[in-house]
Design a protein around this ligand. Structure first.
Ligand code: FEO
Length: 406
């Protein structure tokens, strides 16, 4: 069977790569695509672990039927109801009307809400499992663990104990299609680690506490393979992906460095940003990531904010408020409760101000963010005295990072 991969002799990856969809959840760019990973376990009983997004269903069903031959699916394990995994459930039910749907108490109300299965025969074919329940397939045994809010309230993971495979759904997932290989030892992980952080920080980032709970809960398992529903399957360096998730869910920065994000209509705020960056470099800071918020999608900026310890935000003023392309970044970080970061603030006021005031209000709302140096607000193009103040922000930020480095 083409485009199907074996995890083990009896466990198959029958996922699909989506390089067509422009935006995940209709707002996060999929410049490098995404995979929807579905898995099939052939044993005395056949279990399908999650499905795919509806637009990719045809390719998925072709693989499913190709691997199954004359056999039928006995169980569909619904780890998560978000449509990127649940989208093809009704197609699977139509093909295998005697299938038993396996989910938890929160799964089925969501299934009915999203897809209205009232006409489907499977209304009675529902197995409601609880945390810690098991399901025997033959030599394979499925163990279910609830991981609420990683990523939705009904989210759960399925651990297959014969092979030590954790079907983790969104947890440990990544953007980026699987271009050739599907396993961590077959892929360039530099790319996927960036895309995994972008995925985590933008999708699960708010739920750090719940992710920590999930990591603790799964820590007792003898995991030999992590098979998420997006991106690479981890069979070689499992410790690496767990370490990343542990740090990201605690909002611990990975590296010394500074993200400078700014919004500038006429170039004056950009001049201010350039001056800060230049001084940071003179202070010996190597990792400086500059983003014009009007150009780069916020998901990439937020991913780098997750990575680096320093954050410097600048905004011109727009209708007495933060520039409209900067505000969504502040709103998202506020919603996520950003912490463990040093923050510098600058901006441009023209006649009334509002940009710097808005960033300061954002900083005041976050308990885990320390504002570094004096905020700088300039009227129009920066003058020599303004540049001195901007450089002072850079020096204060660099001093902080060096202090932590010790
Ligand atoms: Fe990949 Fe929360 O869905």
């Amino acid at each position: 069977m083409h485009n199907v991969e074996n995890l083990t002799e009896d466990i198959f990856w029958i996922g699909v790569n989506d390089r067509k969809t422009q935006r995940f959840e209709n707002y996060l760019p999929l410049d490098k695509g995404v995979s929807y990973n579905s898995y099939l376990i052939l044993d005395e009983k056949v279990a399908l672990i999650d499905t795919v997004e509806i637009g990719t269903s045809e390719s998925f069903l072709e693989k499913l039927e190709g691997v199954l031959g004359d056999r039928k699916v006995d169980y569909l394990i619904i780890n998560h109801m978000e449509p990127d995994h649940a989208g093809a459930i009704k197609d699977v039910i139509r093909l295998y009307p005697d299938i038993m749907l396996v989910g938890n108490a929160k799964t089925f109300p969501m299934l009915d809400a999203f897809y209205d299965c009232s006409k489907e025969r499977c209304m009675n074919n529902r197995m409601v499992i609880k945390d810690g329940d098991t399901l025997e397939l033959g030599k394979h045994t499925l163990n279910f663990a609830m991981v609420p809010m990683v990523h939705w309230p009904e989210s759960m993971v399925t651990f297959e104990s014969f092979t030590g495979t954790l079907f983790s759904n969104d947890a440990f997932g990544s953007f980026g299609s699987l271009d050739g290989g599907i396993f961590d030892d077959q892929l360039n992980l530099d790319f996927y680690e960036d895309e995994m952080r972008r995925y985590y920080s933008n999708i699960v980032g708010k739920y750090g506490v719940q992710t920590q709970n999930a990591i603790k809960k799964l820590s007792g398992l003898d995991i030999k393979c992590i098979a998420p529903c997006h991106g690479p399957i981890w069979r070689t360096d499992i410790a690496k992906v767990i370490k990343h998730y542990d740090a990201w869910s605690k909002m611990e920065p990975e590296s010394e460095g500074v993200v400078i994000v700014y919004g500038s209509m006429y170039g004056n705020t950009e001049k201010m940003a350039n001056s800060i960056a230049s001084q940071l470099a003179k202070e010996g800071i190597v990792n400086i990531k500059m983003y014009d918020a009007s150009k780069t999608d916020h998901s990439y900026i937020i991913s780098d904010i997750w990575k680096y310890q320093g954050l410097i935000i600048g905004s011109c003023s727009h209708n007495n408020a933060v520039y409209p392309k900067v505000q969504p970044i502040l709103s998202k970080l506020q919603n996520y409760g950003l912490k463990n970061r040093y923050l510098g603030i600058f901006g441009n006021m023209m006649w009334s101000g509002g940009g710097v005031r808005g960033i300061q209000a954002f900083a005041d709302s976050l308990r885990g963010v320390e504002v570094i140096g004096e905020s700088v607000e300039v009227k129009g193009t920066p003058k020599p005295a303004d540049y001195a103040k901007l450089e002072a922000i850079a020096i204060a930020m660099a001093d902080k990072l060096k202090e932590v480095r010790k």
